[in-house]
Design a protein around this ligand. Structure first.
Ligand code: URA
Ligand code: CA
Length: 432
């Protein structure tokens, strides 16, 4: 088999055989296929697309390129959740303890964030003492006993994705649906998921800028799930504005605590119920979706999810007292109000710009080597569609410096107030 023949076949619109797909992935990871041939093939895939069978085989070959996590010592179905990313995305912090409180096994491998705000681990590390360092056995024991644990990246999962993503990033083929879908699904499958609930975001703050592309990506990932025997469904969400009110690590932990107490932003709660009810159903803990949702609502109201969160934090070295006293979380030195320059209705709160503003405050990383400031970030007081009076505070900036000119500039670009504007619909569609 010659790589050049595979490239020209795809270039001309042909369908790659399973053997050709494996030859490519194994050769590329093994170092016998050079970057220039791999990037030519990625570009051919970008233009010519792949059919469902090709995408499923590509995903399987990528999973087989490295280690996989063995969760067989955990009884029952392991359901994972993945989001293609939003700004101020506090979902996992609420969702994980909530579904775990209903007996769903949450065995989560999480990463640190790049960009806008931190990843789930960064957020949790705002709680003094909390750690994701543990042995594989401790991880399994926590999940079996208390139904929830979060561990950092272990082993060499999907090296094919690491290499191919880095290559796509510098050769113009990131925005290819078959390549994105196989990249995401291979990582979830390698991490041991039996079933997967996806949130595919669209809009300014997301990878997919429009809903049509988000739907195509979601359908592709659901099809991969079918082909490889993992139940998968997807919720399409609008990330034109940040999720909830808080953007920043400790600020989001505080928002999560409020939400676990049954308060919290309605959009965040709605998303948690949408995703959570599908996880509960996949895990076999409910008869149908309305039943799953009702159980989740009750677990929140009765404080079961809140107690589960405290147990989870304590299990991983964090101080559970902090959860009862969130004012003891890291706090920024300065707070500045950002006020409306006119009266009207909020029409725009551009998630990507607000995310960048939070990053400038230190809440996110520009490069992998950067450290994170857990205390800083932004708390919105208004969302799109809300009325506002001139001079009223639109948001509070939590900063560890008084020099916030760049932050203010970003915020000015991100917000607009008009005479009228509709509220946004967060949940756009379900693909299953
Ligand atoms: N996220 C991923 O994990 N992979 C992609 O290819 C794009 C976004
Ligand atoms: Ca939030």
């Amino acid at each position: 088999m010659r790589m050049v023949d595979i490239i020209t076949k795809k270039r001309d619109g042909g369908v790659m055989s399973p053997e050709e797909i494996r030859f490519f992935i194994e050769g590329y990871v093994g170092g016998t296929i050079p970057d220039y041939q791999a990037s030519a093939l990625a570009m051919a895939i970008y233009f010519r697309d792949m059919n469902d069978a090709e995408i499923a085989e590509l995903t399987r070959a990528m999973v087989d390129s490295g280690d996989t996590v063995d969760l067989s010592a955990i009884a029952g179905k392991k359901v994972d959740k993945h989001s293609t990313g939003g700004v101020g995305d506090t979902t996992t912090l609420v969702l994980a303890p909530l579904v775990a409180s209903l007996g769903v096994k949450v065995a989560k491998m999480s990463g640190r964030g790049l960009g806008f705000t931190g990843g789930t681990i960064d957020k949790l590390e705002s709680i003094p003492g909390f750690s994701v360092e543990m042995s594989g056995k401790q991880f399994i024991d926590h999940v079996n006993h208390d139904h929830i644990a979060v561990i950092g990246q272990t082993g060499d999962l999907v090296p094919a994705d690491k290499k191919l993503y880095a290559l796509r990033d510098v050769s113009g083929s990131v925005e290819s649906i078959p390549l994105i879908a196989s990249s995401i699904m291979s990582k979830k499958i390698a991490a041991g998921a039996d079933a997967i609930v996806l949130e595919v975001t669209c809009g300014d703050g997301a990878f997919m800028k429009n809903e049509r592309d988000a739907i195509r990506l979601a359908k592709t990932m659901v099809q991969i799930g079918k082909h490889v025997g993992r139940e998968t469904s997807a919720v399409i969400t609008d990330m034109a504005q940040p999720l909830g009110y808080a953007i920043g690590n400790a600020l989001e932990v505080k928002e999560a605590i409020e939400t676990l107490k049954g308060n919290g932003p309605s959009d965040l709660k709605e998303l948690v119920y949408e995703l959570g009810s599908r996880m509960v159903l996949f895990a076999g803990k409910a008869e149908h979706l309305p039943d799953a949702r009702k159980q989740l609502e009750q677990a929140l109201v009765q404080g079961k999810a809140y107690e589960k969160f405290k147990q989870f934090i304590a299990n991983q070295g964090g101080d559970p007292q902090i959860i009862d006293n969130p004012e003891r979380l890291p706090k920024a030195q300065h707070q500045f109000e950002f006020r409306a320059s006119s009266s009207g209705v909020v029409a725009q709160l551009k998630a990507d710009q607000i995310g960048l503003a939070a990053m400038l405050l230190g809440a996110g990383r520009a490069t992998k080597e950067d450290s994170i400031n857990h205390a800083t970030g932004i708390v919105l007081h208004k969302k799109i569609g809300d009325k506002v009076k001139e001079g009223e505070s639109l948001l509070t900036i939590h900063a560890d410096t008084e020099d916030i000119d760049q932050v203010l500039e970003k915020l000015e670009q991100s917000i607009s107030i008009t005479e009228r504007a509709e509220q946004l619909k967060l949940i756009r569609r379900i693909i299953s």
